[in-house]
Design a protein around this ligand. Structure first.
Ligand code: ADP
Length: 389
């Protein structure tokens, strides 16, 4: 069939091709070439279509008789020669690969070649379709460049993060080394002094040092959470005993406020896969807030129960409450409510950390209004294993 369509004894491609093929040859959108691989060391173009000519900026007559090597960039000679040799020896008879030519004005033109070599009366004829892939290559190149740029930026960012962490670590170490003696000694003093004024003064020193200690820890935790290196130490914990410890600690801390504090902790809560210290930190922060943002003698209630494979913890107070517009913002770092600007408090990091820590445990936290006043902080932690664990 092929032999009938191609006049194999003639050199002229116009006679070599069946008339239907000639129409097709000049009609397609890709560059088409016919190469006589028997001619010269690297073959010669014996027919090329208009698209191929305009792809490279040559005229038809300029290309006919040239070898593919003549329009190959110098740095690719070696590869091109090897490819032609392989086609001639029959190893690469049907192939799709990328070939780059040099246009008449010196521009590199990358193409995707689909070629087929046939033997016709002792002559090796190669049919090739060249699809111009300049745009694709440019896109690939841009993609590589932006990937490399992204890599470089990521590296720079990582260096900055590393420096920031190292700086924060050093700072925390310096601060803690300086005030640990104040914390420890004032604690001892609160137990041994007998004079009323001295008791008051040492208690004040101890409370201030404890606050400072907590603020430093919060800051360091926040930095670690921002760069994703706040690692938790999970274990099977007994939620009832951990929360009862929190309750005792909170009671001992808040004696001065004389809060009415009630707890409803379900007995026999199942063991929870969690970081006990972080659970303490979360609940203590909520209780401390409930105490800070309520008047003396106000009521604080903590409810803990298990439902639908989740451990629920509610901390309710009847204090100032949180306006609806601030219920989300309050969990952002350094945000402090406008509703209680004069009240004592920290830097606005506690709730941001609570939220982050609860989410690391696979849970969530939200605020609801208490009746007739105040807030209810509701959080849950799932009993089922989650992706962070
Ligand atoms: P901090 O208490 O250190 O300021 P938090 O992140 O724990 O930081 O709380 C952020 C802000 O949310 C507080 O400054 C306060 O304005 C508000 N807030 C937190 N808990 C309560 C509460 N129980 N009642 C009223 N306002 C609260």
């Amino acid at each position: 069939m092929v032999n009938k369509q191609i006049g194999i004894n003639r050199d002229s491609p116009k006679e070599l091709l069946h008339p239907y093929c000639i129409n097709f040859f000049h009609f397609v959108n890709d560059g088409l070439v016919i190469i006589d691989l028997s001619k010269g060391p690297f073959g010669q173009f014996i027919e090329v279509n208009d698209v191929f000519c305009s792809m490279l900026g040559y005229t038809h007559d300029e290309l006919i008789g040239l070898s593919p090597i003549d329009i190959t960039p110098e740095d690719l000679y070696h590869n091109a020669r090897q490819f032609i040799d392989r086609q001639k020896s029959g190893t690469d008879r049907k192939i799709i690969r990328e070939i780059t030519f040099l246009s008449k004005n010196g521009r590199r033109v990358p193409t995707e070649l689909s070629s087929h070599v046939v033997k016709l009366n002792g002559r090796l004829i190669g049919f090739g379709i060249h699809h111009d892939i300049t745009k694709r290559k440019k896109f690939e190149q841009d993609l590589i460049l932006s990937y490399e740029k992204e890599l470089q930026l990521r590296q720079e960012l990582q260096n900055q993060i590393h420096q920031r962490i190292e700086f924060a670590r050093g700072l925390v170490h310096e601060i803690k080394t300086s005030f640990t003696p104040i914390l420890c000694n004032s604690k001892v003093l609160t137990k041994i002094v007998t004079d009323e004024t001295a008791i008051l003064l040492t208690q004040n020193i101890f409370r201030a040092a404890s606050n400072l200690n907590n603020r430093v820890d919060e800051h360091f935790d926040l930095i670690r959470s921002e760069v994703g290196i706040l690692n938790l130490e999970y274990d099977w914990i007994n939620p009832s005993s951990v929360l009862n410890e929190v309750v005792s600690e909170f009671k001992s801390r808040t004696l001065l406020n004389k809060n009415l504090f009630r707890t409803y902790i379900s007995p026999d809560l199942p063991p929870l896969w969690a970081d006990a210290d972080r659970i303490r930190q979360i609940v203590l922060n909520l209780l401390d807030n409930a105490s800070k943002f309520t008047a003396e003698g106000a009521e604080i209630i903590m409810r803990v129960y298990c439902r639908e494979s989740k451990l629920y913890i509610h901390v309710e107070d009847n204090g100032t409450g949180i306006p609806h517009s601030e219920k989300e913002k309050i969990f952002q770092s350094y945000y402090r409510s406008k509703a209680n600007p004069t009240k004592a408090g920290g830097l606005g990091l506690g709730l941001a950390l609570c939220k982050y820590l609860i989410e690391l445990h696979g849970g969530t936290i939200k605020i609801e209004d208490n009746k007739p006043s105040g807030s209810i902080f509701k959080l849950f932690i799932p009993y089922t294993k989650h992706e962070n664990l």
